[in-house]
Design a protein around this ligand. Structure first.
Ligand code: GTP
Length: 377
């Protein structure tokens, strides 16, 4: 038996407004809550018992995943009254583990899409006799991550959280958010208070002489912390760039869920997902994007690398490129929202053209950049 703890209780602040109504691990990627991909990969790797460590919007997980039997798993849920941080959440969830002190326990961040060989990670932990084994991946720009330099045998030498100076960037290996703990090591994490596994537990274990092993593997890896990554992950799942048994349909250029309506001459490309009950108008282009359930994209709209929230409406001819439109928001016709633009849930942006008469010297000659009023950059 292999057991896992899934950390799914974070606030997901970097992903707002997507996470206002939905916790990050429940945001759909390739047509199903992101978590479904992780559960499918765990089940495929022979994991049979998973404890979900919930906190923010805790109530939404169990109604969706139940006892886990539909996913080939036994699922349990624990709820934190106050956020306990990553380490505190692991300690709190460990009360539901069934294995003995020497057993390996997988711990996964709930916001990582990864092709890591889960069996290989557990096998490496066993072979090395490590206290904790960490999946490490290499990134081009490590500044937003926790760096984990290792020696030639993979023994972890240090932890540097989010390095700021060039001197601090001693490696391109970063903490990939998947660990194997020997169960007894979890019991050394303090109980009943917030603990960061990255900033407190791992450095503390190193200081006490514990053996932390870095398992470097350069399979597909994406941290879904930011909206552009979430949109990318969904498109990669649809196109089969990364494999998940949970994608509901064939791999291809687009995935249209049952009940969606797509005009005959609309073009869906680059891994776009159109959610249940969503509508795509005539002549619209939707490229590498996520259109959630019940949303509407107007005629002639041009939507690229963007996320359109549940029930949101995008007006005719409006251009979205690298934008996020929250649930229930309305973006009027002829607007143009570019990289980094975020429209809050339920916000309303009027039609762009209505503000000018055709003779107005200030009127745009073509599509003009829309005002950022009401937007968060
Ligand atoms: P940001 O607010 O955008 O940084 O996102 P986040 O809250 O998800 O934080 P982060 O990405 O650092 O979290 C890594 C993983 O740990 C995610 O899967 C979170 O859901 C989870 N997590 C973070 N804090 C907590 C917590 O206090 N309790 C629980 N149960 N999980 C947590």
């Amino acid at each position: 038996m292999t057991e896992a703890i899934l950390l799914v209780g974070g606030q997901g602040t970097r992903l707002r407004p997507v996470t206002v109504h939905t916790p990050k691990p429940m945001v759909p990627a390739a047509g199903v809550p992101f978590l479904a991909h992780q559960l499918a990969r765990l089940a495929a790797a022979g994991v049979d018992h998973v404890v979900m460590a919930t906190c923010h919007l805790a109530e939404v997980f169990e109604p969706h995943f139940g006892d886990g039997s539909a996913h080939g798993l036994s699922l349990e849920y624990v709820v934190e009254d106050e956020p306990l941080g990553t380490g505190g959440a692991i300690r709190h969830a460990a009360r539901r583990l069934r294995g003995g002190p020497d057993r390996p326990v997988l711990v996964l961040n709930g916001d990582i899409l990864s092709g890591v060989d889960i069996r290989g990670l557990v096998a490496a932990h066993r072979e090395r006799g490590a206290d904790v084994t960490l999946h490490l991946t290499r990134v081009e720009d490590p500044r937003a991550f926790g760096l984990v330099p290792t020696d030639a045998d993979g023994r972890v030498l240090a932890f540097t959280e989010k390095p700021q100076t060039p001197e601090e960037i001693v490696t391109d290996q970063v903490n990939a958010g998947a660990y194997v703990f020997t169960r007894s090591v979890i019991d050394t994490i303090p109980e009943g208070r917030a603990v960061s596994v990255e900033r407190e537990t791992f450095p503390g274990l190193l200081a006490r002489g514990a053996y932390l092993h870095g398992h470097a593997e350069d399979s597909y890896w994406l941290d879904l912390g930011r909206p552009e990554a979430l949109v990318q992950a969904s498109a990669d799942l649809v196109r089969g760039v990364v494999d998940s048994p949970a994608v509901p349909g064939e791999r291809g250029e687009s995935l249209v869920l049952p009940g969606a309506e797509v005009a005959a001459d609309a073009l869906l490309a680059a891994g776009t997902v159109v959610g249940a009950g969503a509508r795509i108008g005539a002549g619209a282009l939707v490229h590498g994007s996520v259109v959630l359930d019940g949303a509407e994209v107007g005629e002639g709209a041009d939507v690229r690398r963007s996320l359109v929230g549940a029930g949101a409406r995008i007006g005719r001819r409006t251009v979205l490129d690298g934008a996020v439109v929250g649930d229930g928001a309305r973006v009027g016709a002829d607007n143009e929202l570019r990289t980094g633009a975020r429209v809050w849930c339920e916000a309303v942006l009027p039609d762009a053209v209505l503000r000018f008469s055709p003779d107005d010297p200030a009127a745009p000659t073509g599509r003009r950049p829309q005002t950022t009023e009401g937007l968060q950059q």
